[in-house]
Design a protein around this ligand. Structure first.
Ligand SMILES: NC(=O)c1ccc[n+]([C@@H]2O[C@H](COP(=O)([O-])OP(=O)(O)OC[C@H]3O[C@@H](n4cnc5c(N)ncnc54)[C@H](O)[C@@H]3O)[C@@H](O)[C@H]2O)c1
Ligand SMILES: [Fe+2]
Length: 345
């Protein structure tokens, strides 16, 4: 990279990380219901909401209890259920048109990162109706408040329920890009483990690895703070301790709860400290070839960490020193049953 561009990027990134703690990033609530906006959602007097989800989640009937609850609360709901993995600009325009046609007043994202990002980008288009999505690519291009946005993650990986990003694929060019703006941080995030029980093992593993990648990239990056390093470490510990259990037994409430917490913490960390080259490459693979985001990260993480070479050794060594207890515990769990039987006899 050209030296002047490098200096510009470094100054911009430093200013951004100083501004972040002063922004409207104050999070309150319990560890299941987190809010960045004061007051409860009921206070906003919403009578019609756009629920954004994907075909898989919808077909599994996961939205049904929510629809029933909304009906009980006299909130009618229009459902956009066509979000694809690596959501496209076409998804966003369709969902936005539905929002306007039905006179919706708020957005409820229910699904994985794809549904949450779709809802976030719909909010951005509503806030800036004259600005095409492609012009929002980059940092701080929205500046306007979005309609009320509630996010309920059904995967434990992206952390999109707390991040300032929405990652979108251009339907024509397949270019995948991130829109980053403080206004994209959902007003309310609901971390409900039961909606993740049915997540198949393969998706549990790959989405969990996405969360691990966020935590590691946020930790080894050059814009970390004490807070983001602590959030990264907690997320990594939770993932080491719970991902295998969630993979083997999807109904394990504790493991699912901890994985949602880990994904959320990793999201808070990278929102301030960014991700790195693993994500840069994964986004290209997702945009051009539709490779699921978590899968791309899982394959790329060891390769890119190795390619960083000595530049990353110090911070990775620090992580390695913190983690041995977890590694040992997990390795012991991996011992084949026959060897433990042999040692007992
Ligand atoms: N905004 C951010 O900060 C951020 C961060 C990381 C990744 N992302 C983006 O998020 C997207 C990936 O999201 P994802 O990994 O959560 O996957 P996803 O949302 O694309 O969902 C993957 C699949 O899982 C299924 N699924 C979701 N929840 C389920 C459940 N509970 N039970 C059964 N099936 C379920 C879906 O139907 C879908 O088929 C990518 O586009 C990625 O770039 C965004
Ligand atoms: Fe990611």
């Amino acid at each position: 990279m050209n030296i002047l561009k490098k200096i510009y990027c470094r100054i911009f990134s430093d200013l951004f990380s100083y501004r972040t703690p002063c922004s409207s990033l104050q999070r309150t609530g319990t560890d299941r219901r987190i809010q960045t906006r004061p007051g409860s959602p009921e206070k906003h007097h919403i009578s019609h909401i756009l629920l954004v989800t994907d075909p898989g989640v919808y077909k599994l009937g996961l939205t049904k209890p929510l629809e029933k609850q909304l009906l009980k609360s006299e909130i009618s709901c229009t459902i956009y259920k066509d979000t694809v993995a690596n959501p496209t600009s076409a998804n966003i325009e369709e969902a936005k048109d539905l929002y306007l046609a039905h006179g919706c007043q708020a957005l409820l994202a229910f699904g994985g990162g794809s549904s949450m990002d779709c809802a976030k980008a719909v909010g951005a288009r509503l806030a800036r109706p004259n600005k095409p999505l492609a012009k929002m690519d980059g940092i701080l291009k929205i500046w306007h408040k979005l309609p009320l946005l509630i996010a309920v993650p059904t995967t434990a990986g992206t952390g999109s329920e707390t991040t300032l990003a929405a990652v979108i694929t251009d339907a024509d060019t397949h270019h995948k890009y991130a829109i980053n703006d403080f206004n994209l941080i959902p007003d309310y995030a609901v971390l409900e483990p039961s909606v993740t029980y049915g997540l198949p093992p393969q998706l549990t593993a790959t989405t969990g690895m996405d969360a691990l990648t966020h935590a590691i990239e946020a930790y080894i990056g050059r814009s970390t703070t004490k807070q983001t390093r602590a959030a990264s470490i907690e997320a990594i510990q939770l993932i080491f301790d719970n991902l295998q259990t969630a993979y083997k037994n999807g109904n394990d409430k504790t493991a699912r709860h901890h994985m949602l917490r880990a994904s959320y913490l990793a999201g808070t960390a990278f929102t301030k400290s960014y991700v790195g080259y693993v994500h840069a490459v994964a986004h290209s693979l997702g945009g051009c070839y539709g490779i699921p985001h978590g899968l791309a990260n899982s394959v790329l993480l060891p390769i890119v960490l190795k390619a960083y070479g000595t530049a990353a050794h110090k911070k990775l060594a620090r992580l390695a020193r913190i983690l041995p207890a977890f590694l040992i515990r997990n390795l012991m769990q991996l011992q084949p049953k026959s060897s433990s039987t042999t040692s007992e006899t």
